[in-house]
Ligand binder design. Structure first.
Ligand code: ADP
Length: 172
């Protein structure tokens, strides 16, 4: 099973093979974490994203990492669910994001990957539930990825992720 690390910081500073961005379906770049990743990777990221768009909610697609410093080789773009109260499959879609990113990573032979807290910004997914789903999904995933870093952008998100990793009653 992969080693799971929870860290506080900017995902664009992560030193891993692949970083995940919480994109929108166009893959042309958005706000929040996607803005940070596109800023660091340069304009070719949007060009490459646009060429493979759309990416549907719950799915993941890969591009090169362009101007991001090695060892970062890949950006994995995933589209979270827009939170609409929770009765519209949002939890399943979010779990699918984490699973699909790990599948894509496995196809590429990625050993280390960094995830942001997908969907918990503009898309409005409640952070505590999102943290539990993120951890439960990656814990139950069959993957050859050795290191999974969950990158929190603020202390609250960090605390929720740490708490989720310490639970052992997580639903898959
Ligand atoms: P979404 O549209 O999927 O909700 P957002 O980018 O709005 O995506 O937010 C997702 C999460 O990413 C939020 O918890 C936000 O605080 C966090 N975030 C924003 N910028 C960064 C960054 N540079 N590195 C890591 N996480 C970030």
């Amino acid at each position: 099973m992969a080693l799971i690390e929870v860290v506080l910081g900017d995902i664009a500073d992560e030193v891993v093979d692949a970083i995940v961005t919480a994109a929108n379906e166009s893959l042309l770049g958005g706000g929040g974490v996607d803005w940070a990743v596109h800023s660091a990777a340069g304009p070719r990221l949007a060009q490459a994203g646009g060429a493979i768009a759309p990416c549907l909610p719950g799915d993941a697609k890969v591009t090169p990492a362009f101007d991001l410093d090695p060892p970062v080789k890949y950006v994995i773009h995933t589209v979270g669910p827009v939170w609409d109260g929770g009765a519209y499959g949002e939890a399943d879609t979010l779990a699918s994001c984490y699973r699909r990113c790990l599948q894509v990573a496995d196809e590429l032979g990625v050993r280390g990957i960094a995830f942001p807290a997908i969907a918990t910004g503009v898309y409005g997914f409640p952070s505590a539930l999102a943290a539990r789903i993120a951890v439960a999904t990656i814990k139950s995933a069959q993957t050859d990825v050795a290191l999974i870093r969950l990158v929190a952008f603020d202390q609250t998100a960090y605390d929720l992720l740490v708490e989720a990793t310490q639970r052992d009653d997580l639903p898959a």
